[in-house]
Design a protein around this ligand. Sequence first.
Ligand code: PLP
Length: 377
Amino acid sequence: MMRTYARAPVEFVRGEGARLWDSDGKQYLDFLAGISVCSVGHCHPDVVEAVREQVGTLTHTSNLYLTAGGVRLAQRLCESSLGGRAFLCNSGAEANECAIKLVRKHAHGRGIAGPEIVVLEGAFHGRTMAALSATPGLATNESFAPYLPGFRVVPRDDPDALAAALGETTAAVMLEPIQGETGVNVVPDSVIVAAREACDSSGALLVFDEIQTGMGRTGSLWGYEQVPARPDVLTTAKALGGGLPVGACVTSEGTADVLEVGDHGSTFAGGPLVAAAALAAFDVIDDRELLRRVRELGGRLCDGLGQIEAISEVRGRGLMVGARLDDGGAKDVASAALAEGLVVNPIGEETLRFLPPLVVGEEEVDEALEIIRRVLG
Ligand code: PLP
């Protein structure tokens, strides 16, 4: 394998619910869930059953043909959110590629020759070239230059700066309602309202990257349900596949037909196998009681973290939580937690990120808090 990751010295061999086991048989509490992928928990029986059934029936036909699973998944995505159409794909970055192509084509349709997309400081939209170009913190690495033109960066917390950045050539504003990869930073409501208003008055589209905030993570099926604006386009991936790789770009009715035959494609995307897994994951997550518990347990986790002296700030929504460490050292703290049997994610040296499976129990939240207290104590 290429050395593109600084991997932790542990090999996980089995998972169940919020638990993982390594090759020595040691058990861990997983408060990262494969970076918010295993939201239904590891090996959820309904997902396992759906995949078992499908893998012996039909796994792949290509997108030259419709399959029932792909159609049902697209329908479920659209009916639960923006009501237009879905393009199914294989990852978060691909979902954003689709959104970027869509808003550029929409802008060209309005006569804009050089469309611009406004993105926020601290954003993370993925590692493919267009998604990377939309990610200000990474698009400075000269090793991969030249980046795609047509992205304008504004501060995360300044509604006036955002409004001022939109002009006649703006195709879209693209943002995560909560920035996950750069430390669980909640985008202020004022910025989201400014983005919606500026898009409405200029004719630009509002795109929410819900790859991390979507599929129940923040305590509503979609993150936008808890902020004061609805996007025109949303992207999702991660937890959508119940552990299998699937993503989607979902549109409003008004933008449903922007991409047409020949405009976009992917060989594997939305095949019967991943669609079966995603539909099973949808059944688990699109459940009022589960979403209520995500909010409740998120509150419990935040309260517990807030009482730990070494933690100066707790941020997030639902079970997407970041804790700022007074004295830094997040990487050492995460390593110490791993040795104690808790998987958490350090972001830089100052933040610990918690993304447990949404099916986690109260006792497991308390157990994780106890380990963090011990490690920080
Ligand atoms: N967008 C957001 C908000 C993400 O958190 C991520 C991944 O962490 C991506 C896009 C990229 O997703 P993927 O790694 O599936 O390409």
